[in-house]
Write a new protein. Sequence first.
Lengths: 958, 86
Amino acid sequence: MSRLSDGGMIDRETTLNFTFDGQPMVGHPGDTIASALLANGQHLVARSIKYHRPRGIMSAGLEEPSALVTVKDETGSTPNLKVTEVSLRDGLEVSSQNNWPSLTHDRGATLALGGKSLSSGFYYKTFKWPRKAWQTTYAPIIRKAAGHGEVDATPDTALYDKRRKACDVLVIGSGATGLSAAITAAQSGATTIVLEQDSILGGTLLSSDATIAEQTATHWAEDAADALVSLSNVTVMTSTLAFGQYDHGLVQAVEQQTAGSAARSILWKIRAQKIILAAGAIERPIVFPGNDRPGIMLAGALQTYVRRFAVVPGKRAVVAVAEPNARADTIRALEHAGVEIAACLNAGDQILSTQGRLRVSGLTWRNTQGHRQKVTCDLVAMSAGWMPTAHLFAQMGQPLEFDAYTQSLLPPQTDGPLRPVGGARGVLNLRDCIADGKIAAHQVLAELQMHKHLSLTPPASTARPPQGFGSGKGKAFVDFQNDVTRDDIALAQREGYTDIELTKRYTTLGMGTDQGKTSWTNGILEIAALTGEDPAKIGHTTYRPAYSPVSLGTLIGTEVGEQMLPTRRTPFHGGFEKLGCVYQTSGDWLYSRYFPKAGETMEQAITRECHAVRRGLGCVDMSTLGKIDVKGPDALEFLSRLYCNNFAKIKVGRLRYALMLREDGYVFDDGTIARLSDTHFMVTATTANAGSVWRHMRKSAQLDWPELDVVLTSVSDHWASLAIAGPHARNLLTALNPDFDVSRPGFPFASVRAGHLGGLPVRVFSVSFSGELSYEINVPAGFADTLLSRVIAGGEQWDITPYGLETLDVLRIEKGHLSIGTEVDGRRTPADLGLGGMVSHTKDFVGRALLQRKALQKDNRAQLVGLESKDGATPIPIAAHLSTTPLGNGGPMQTCGYLTAAIHSPTLDHPIALAFLEDGQNRTGEVLWAHSPIAGKSVQVRVTAPCAYDPKGERLNA
Amino acid sequence: MLLIPCPHCGPRDEGEFTYGGPKSRLPALDLTADTQDWHRALHVGRNARGPLTEIWYHSSGCETWIEVTRDTATHQILNKAKGGST
């Protein structure tokens, strides 16, 4: 074990067992996978994406570019996790990625021997011919050789949740800056939320040996954390990564739940008045030849592993840290761990190369006097400076600006809801960070009028290291995750890909799961050094959420399977279930489809149900129709403006079929308007448009014609609606004991009656979608069961047959009635549908003006027609296209229309169809071809009127 | 995700609303308006950078249509939203 005997923030009392590539290893609560691997002496953890070079753990945070692994637990395996982001749990199976046959002997590494062969654009330049070979040969090989971990294809059994919060002040990050800002905000009484990606508060304080107010930094952090947790106006959320900033103070964060929780993670949407971004800074690696070997780590990460995790990271170290104070701090940490300092490089030294196969074993450099030096080592601590973590700021579109003083991309001054402070705006000194957090909190509190304005001057950002290190020639990595070297960036500049966006895409610099966290600033400085351009003019590519990868499961949350959409059931659902109903999903609805008897196929059931309606009695659920109650002195005027037909003379107790157009003149919806009193109407909308018609009416009433005195109420869910249809419908209505006249003259077609059926309060509408004598009986939804059982019992003598959506469709096709979404598809005028005569010429209405457009008035538009097969027997294929000629094999052919519905009519006992046909209304009797290349069928059909059954509508008045 | 000030319900998430497009003044329904009038009202937008008055329907709330003036460049909401009744 490479662990110090005491110290660190780990629970040595408890041992956690895990495996790495099958090797058993141990760690403690408080460890990350990274610290546990290092404590087990495991530096080599990955192979790089392109060259398959051995890679180790470079950082101690989310910026880790190299050490990606697949982690398996009881819920399955997850690829591409950074070892630095996963808290160690007992029983984890950790495996390395992108190597074959093993991590230590990776055949893919032989590719790397070719050296420059895999430079930028290599694939594009090399695998150009033969053309087909890219798909068949090259791509599969390259995809196998390059890439990250593999997705676990088994269903994810873990649960996820989504929740919301709101607060006055949201503090992101809990280092010195964040804690000081949070305490300042909390003490003023502001509701405060603190988000910390790590499992405990403290940030870099946890790996600092500084003292604050005569306390160790760690104790200061603990005290501050205790103070925050004890305040009722503060919510502290650890293991919670704020990954994106959105409009109006919205921050999205993902909270990882501890093992044993019901959910694996929770997606938080937090709306804050002010956001203090105290996310700190990321250390910048040094670009030098061989800078990617395992054992070469960021200096700050080494301090973390030694001080927070009590890891002994190696035996002999070379320290290459540009900033003098940081250099001293690193040496203190390494010496504390008993690491021998083999050499400490001075600013200006030129690093020439490193040695070692699976781990660094030596480093060669030329000192400022020009002498070549070489030492053996198993550890290199490197640091070229720090880069602010201002990603969440930049995500909103305002660019970061390269600042020569700090040599980093800094957020500009802002008065937006999010304020970068501390390390996130280049303030690195501990005391300055504490002051900056406090001042930023005072500032936002003053803006929220929760504190008086204090004229405090924020501390200046910290100057860059006075001088860096030089570098020799060789494979010097800039982007470790994507294997982008200095030479690749140079090549891109030489080949003309000089724009920063092009450089990124040509070289893949800054792509991948780390999105260039450790590489971007170095990339800009490399381009500047190569081209002599001012780094401030190079700019940066677009920052987008997520800051760090968020799993799809987290984003989806609970919206999977049956939880994806609400399932709506009509009030008759339970009753129909007892009648043997088979259901189908129709929009949100679970709708009755058909009612098979024992041994019946669906086709047999549909035929039986159709015959029952045409010859005897059937009943069907109509509850999903939209029902809108329209009341007020101007109700008739309101409806008259909305619908295109004229119904000004509609009498109380009567109803009309009505057609609603969109503003652009196309048909929107159809329904019935029933007049219940002078100033009271009930209007129906189709199931599919129930929501949109309601919304349209609300808009008209509220915004377009506020002068009309009308009140709208959606009563769709309040009424259960059951239609009884068939020659015996009136007999059944009579048998249900109405307290109103239901005789033919007393209750004619297209009427409405309110009253009671055997005591049940009802509204009965004499309307018909089936073409038979029919009554839609509406009862308050709570009476649905009672109504259904009375209808079934009362209809028994006429063998009442419940029917569903399938039969409803067959019956309406026989009648040539319209279906929304099939015939009414948003491109039809009333005339196209054979309803041109309904359009009023004496009043104005929505859609009138634009219906007059020339193209909508052309007389040879595609129009609704009926079809029957020419021989009266051959089935007509669904979705066929119409043509005047037989199907040729000479490529595309001229069509003149297409089918919207095709059935074998049970009533007429021959195939019929509905279709849109160019100039169709003038082509009755013409014989055409219906081609369905998909079904492999072509059938000769004869054009008829849309209504194939009872065209005069005599059965309605039976 | 915008935070939309509903005059009836207070500030609410955009997800509760249905977008209704830029506010347009529809021609009067008195048989005088012609195709061009409606074409201009419905199809010809300015698409300007800056303040734009739009209509939003608070579908998961009070079910009223409200008018919101939003800066198309910054998403800043400039008015105190006013809503319909009924």
